[in-house]
Design a protein around this ligand. Structure first.
Ligand SMILES: [Cu+2]
Length: 132
């Protein structure tokens, strides 16, 4: 009796183990899939050019979609500037960021695309955030 019964029990427990491994793999895949919304944060840095040239450095930022962004804006120039993402993001620093000042913005990226940003004080001072 013991021989066949033991063999069947062994088969059953093997099947349970395979099932558990599959479950763990499935849960892992779900965590990877929703990872970006579960606290992963992308840090971006953007500054203004040193001196008197009205430019962002860099003027092209990239970030993944549906991700929490912490963006650090530093005004390295000798005049006031701001960092203003245009609609639909509408994320902005104060209107006047004094020379030497830093402002940190937090927001979430949405759909893929190009999101222009400007300094509202200086026409033509612009850049783009590419969500890819
Ligand atoms: Cu400016």
């Amino acid at each position: 009796m013991g021989g066949i019964g033991g063999h069947l029990t062994h088969l059953a427990s093997t099947r349970v183990r395979v099932g558990l491994v599959g479950l763990v793999v499935a849960i892992g895949a779900v965590i990877v899939a929703i990872g970006p919304s579960l606290g992963s944060v992308v840090e971006l840095q953007v500054a203004t050019a040193r001196g008197t040239v009205d430019e962002f450095e860099p003027d092209r930022l990239t970030a993944p979609a549906a991700t929490r962004i912490v963006l650090r804006f530093e005004n390295r120039s000798s005049g006031p500037h701001n960092f203003t993402l245009l609609e639909p993001l509408t994320v902005r620093t104060g209107t006047i960021v004094e020379p030497g000042a830093v402002e940190t913005l937090e927001f979430e990226t949405a759909a893929l695309g190009s999101y222009p940003f400007v300094c509202t004080i200086h026409p033509g001072m612009m850049g783009v955030l590419i969500v890819e």
